[in-house]
Design a protein around this ligand. Structure first.
Ligand code: PGA
Length: 246
């Protein structure tokens, strides 16, 4: 049985004052011992977040593939570890679009993250145009073949996030999510072998909220959620943690 993971992605939101939200989130996590709960705040808040709630998993939103060097503005995986992070999101669609990250970049980042001892949450997802054209499964499979580190075991998590569902209030149907997650599991088996593939959690992300979490989490092969907007406050995030604990 894979443990469910509910991970919050604060993106470029939050300040020191926002860390008060972690208190109720950590309390909800403690009340849901079967669920792993993580929050990925901006880099500048990781160390304080980890110190404030040592029982809560804290993650980064990106890392560089290199361990150190002349890369102004970038963060190495080991730096995240030193700050108190235990996981990192790589290949989010916003970074693939805004920073032009390729599948090969994402794979190198995931490998660096895992080598540094982090759990790597590797994101994939199709555009609205691909969705409408019926190309979702081909696009997602291609992204994963290019982005997944082949040596990864339990330290790998995949997040399926349709780009058109992120921040829009739109979500795919449960049947569509089930089909894509089954495809992703198939790609994992192909790349990692059945035994290791069965251990990889596949999260759904894109407009997850208190109202739709239970339905999405009930879909086969949905092992948790990557939550953006609804992770910014405990009020919005805690009901999603509670839905995962059911
Ligand atoms: P959203 O973002 O929950 O605000 O749609 C999800 C994500 O981008 O990870």
């Amino acid at each position: 049985m894979r443990r469910r993971l509910i991970a919050g992605n604060w993106k470029m939101n939050g300040s020191r004052a926002s860390l008060v939200e972690l208190d109720a989130i950590a309390a909800a996590a403690a009340a849901a011992p079967g669920v792993d709960v993580a929050v990925c705040p901006p880099f500048t808040l990781i160390e304080r977040a980890a110190a404030r709630q040592p029982g809560l998993a804290i993650g980064g939103q990106d890392c560089h593939a290199a361990p150190k060097g002349a890369h102004t503005g970038c963060i190495a995986a080991a730096m995240l570890v030193e700050a108190g992070a235990t996981m990192v999101i790589v290949g989010h669609s916003e970074r693939r679009a805004d920073q032009h990250e390729t599948d090969a970049d994402v794979k190198a980042k995931a490998e660096a993250a895992i080598a540094a001892g982090l759990i790597a949450i590797v994101c994939c997802g199709e555009t609205q145009a691909h969705h409408r054209a019926g190309e979702t499964e081909a696009v997602v499979s291609g992204q994963l073949r290019g982005s997944l580190p082949v040596a990864a075991g339990d330290a790998l998590v995949v997040a399926y996030e349709p780009i058109w569902a992120i921040g829009t209030g739109l979500t795919p149907t449960a049947a569509d999510v089930a089909a894509v997650h089954a495809t992703i599991r198939g790609v994992l088996v192909e790349l990692l072998g059945r035994a290791r593939a069965e251990g990889v959690r596949i999260l759904y992300g894109g407009s997850v909220n208190a109202a739709n979490a239970a339905e999405l989490l009930a879909v086969p092969d949905v092992d948790g959620a990557l939550v953006g907007g609804a992770s910014l406050t405990a009020e919005a995030f805690v009901p999603i943690i509670e839905a995962a604990a059911q």
